[in-house]
Design a protein. Sequence first.
Length: 315
Amino acid sequence: MADTKKWIGIDVSGKELSVGVYPSGETRTFAYEPESVAELGVFVASFKPELIILEATGGLEVGVAGELYNAGMPVCVVNPRQVRDFAKSIGILAKTDNIDAVVLGRYGEAVKPQIRPMPNEEEKAIKEIVARRRQLIDMLVQEKNRYTRASKQTGPDIMKHIKWLEKRIKDLDKDLSEAVKKSPMWAEKGSILKSVPGVGDVLSSTLISDLPELGALNHKEIAALVGVAPFNCDSGKMHGRRQVWGGRRNVRRVLYMGVLSGIRCNPVLRAFYEKLVAAGKKPKVALTACMRKLLVILNAMVKSKQAWKAEFVNA
């Protein structure tokens, strides 16, 4: 009997939703409008798919994924770079919306990415605040760089914008804190995370919103997911330098800042960093190792629902 299992890929753009069915290769396009999204749901459900895969596209995918998830269908949002690398590995170099949709379905069949619950309204609100804060930080860095090269005519205007951005970032920090407090589950997790010296509101909120797997994976899995696990680069007699690769860049950026703070105020991280540097490790390598250690400690704490204690030092 022929295998009738189906995997559905949905390529999301601002105006259209391209649906691809694997292994049949059937495709269909829907307008990205409320009525069409409902029609898409009926079309997808008719295949009784094993999995529906969408790429993370800066938030455009959230509405469609949420509708399908609420309808009881198996939905997974995946990293677009991993999908593109997968396409290249199987010789698919052409790129159109329909081709991408079918590739997504094929990726789902081959990789079988893990399904996790879609964020509720509270989670989405915090994600949006975290994302907006990150955008303002990027703007602030750009404006500060411009100010160093600004003339007398444009300098004051740039400085005015810098001060406005700094105020808005502080306001968003308050919004983050309030949003976390409103959710008992998030408040508990946030309290556990912030019990670690060097972990503040921003890092804890980012981990809660952008790394929901924290506490559900083992230490190797969580390090690889974020992108702080070193991978071998060996071939034959050649032994290359181990490197970190991939992962969640946004989490990694905030974790890096948390480690910089932790090295100053957390005796465990400071001793670990100094030990690595004394052993001849470059500061950047030592910082990455500290990021991994901090992440593994936090993962162990959330898993056991315990605040900062000495036994997590050797996690």
